[in-house]
Design a protein. Structure first.
Length: 431
């Protein structure tokens, strides 16, 4: 396709055999020119897009200290606090659901990554980082910019007709560089002033790199790690949470079943905590089903092969793009929403966070954010369809927004109602 060899994997076995067992040669990236070219948007050093090499390995090493399963527990108090503040806002706010969910996840990540306390959704750091990541997701769609289909156009001079996209790319690059530097410099400034607020950026500055690089290069590493953790973490987690709400509207019987489990395990005298996680198997299966039913990145983030290979008599040439698709043999009736499918031990958990050496480094952090937010909402609220002016329920669509590689359902309306007076008291107790 457009000069590229594309290999589609539609079974967990194929993905494991290539992306995990042969991860040393299937961990490269192939990215659209609009994103990668230094004269265009220049996201060359963004962690998720780095080619498999020394810089990528050092980035992963630097992130691992903070994001491994044990270390991720240190963020749980902040994640739980933001989930409960969300419950309070849902009680009275008329703001769009997108904004409420984004504020919840952005506040947690800003505190974790930069040591920054978010007070308003229109905060410059939030709007700037969101704009940069939205631009990245838009440019990653091969159909949005002609240069992605015809890379040689990147060499066309600016005065040539129909090259407005080059001006767009430059504005995207300048905006990205500006917000990436501002957030980083803010944290550096706080450290200079004597602030003791912990953050990932602070820790990375203090611990440095295991390789012999100068201070300027180290800071460039940290800037790119920080924007990746915040930017990718917010967009994908918010996508999963919106899909969860959508599923509860379309499948109210699953919502009721999850609430029954929460009531049985936790009761109505308190809100959920992370200590309840292992006692809520249906809720955990529901979350797995949300991510399987409407994946955050429907085609996954492709891997690329760094050398010729042969798999089951198929020749896979160097540079081939390897992506994934659904398989009805693995997930029976794949279009239906059925959390109970995961009761079968033979049904694999959906690989929402990737495979092999390209496994998302923030998997434990993201899973924790999704769990505490989903469980808190289910414990406190009934989620129901909004009604039109004639009193008829409005059934939302599962159709996703165009122009982005990340799945976001089209905007929909819904109603959050406290499940009882007692639940309302629990929510207000968090004010």
């Amino acid at each position: 396709m457009l000069g590229n060899t594309i290999v589609v994997l539609n079974s967990p076995q194929a993905a494991i055999e290539l992306l995990e067992k042969k991860s040393s040669i299937y961990s490269d990236r192939v990215c659209p020119p609009m994103i990668l070219e230094s004269t265009l948007m220049d996201w060359r050093n963004y962690v998720a897009l780095l080619p498999y090499g020394n810089r990528w390995k050092e980035h992963r090493r630097m992130m691992h200290t903070w994001l491994q399963k044990g270390a991720a527990h240190s963020f749980q108090s902040s994640q739980q606090r933001q989930a409960r503040l969300l419950l309070v806002r849902l009680l009275n706010s008329n703001s769009p659901l997108d904004d409420q969910l984004y504020r919840t996840i952005a506040a947690t990540l800003l505190r974790s990554v930069y040591g920054y306390e978010l007070e308003r959704l229109d905060d410059h750091f939030v709007t700037g980082a969101k704009q940069a990541i939205d631009n990245l997701a838009r440019a990653a769609m091969s159909t949005n910019f002609l240069v992605n289909a015809f890379p040689m156009l990147s060499w066309v001079p600016d005065w040539f007709p129909w090259t407005q996209w080059k001006k767009t790319a430059r504005s995207f690059r300048e905006q990205k560089n500006s917000i990436m530097d501002e957030t980083f410099q803010w944290t550096k400034g706080q450290i200079t002033k004597g602030s003791n607020e912990p953050s990932i950026v602070r820790s990375l500055l203090e611990s440095g790199s295991s390789t012999e690089i100068g201070q300027e290069e180290l800071e460039d590493y940290i800037k790119h790690i920080a924007i990746a953790l915040f930017g990718a973490g917010t967009d994908t987690t918010v996508s999963s949470l919106k899909t969860f709400v959508l599923a509860m509207l379309l499948f109210p019987e699953c919502q009721a079943k999850a609430q029954n489990e929460i009531d049985r395990v936790i009761g109505t005298g308190r809100l959920p905590t992370f200590e309840d996680r292992d006692q809520l198997p249906y809720v955990n299966n529901l979350i797995n089903e949300v991510m399987r039913w409407q994946p955050v990145t429907p085609l996954a983030v492709p891997h690329a092969c760094t050398q010729d290979d042969v798999y089951r008599n198929y020749h896979i040439p160097k540079g081939a793009i390897v992506s994934m698709s659904r398989n009805a043999e693995v997930y029976k009736d794949p279009e239906s929403f059925n959390p109970d499918r995961f009761l079968d031990s033979q049904v694999p958990k959906i690989p929402a966070f990737g495979f092999g050496r390209r496994l998302c480094p923030g998997i434990h952090y993201a899973e924790a954010s999704i769990f505490i937010t989903v469980t808190s909402i289910l414990a406190a609220y009934n989620i129901t369809k909004a009604k039109d002016e004639n009193g008829q329920e409005i059934t939302p669509s599962t159709e996703g927004m165009a122009e982005s590689v990340v799945y976001h359902p089209k905007p929909f309306k819904c109603v959050f109602t406290p499940r009882s007076d007692r639940h309302r008291e629990l929510i207000l107790g968090e004010v």
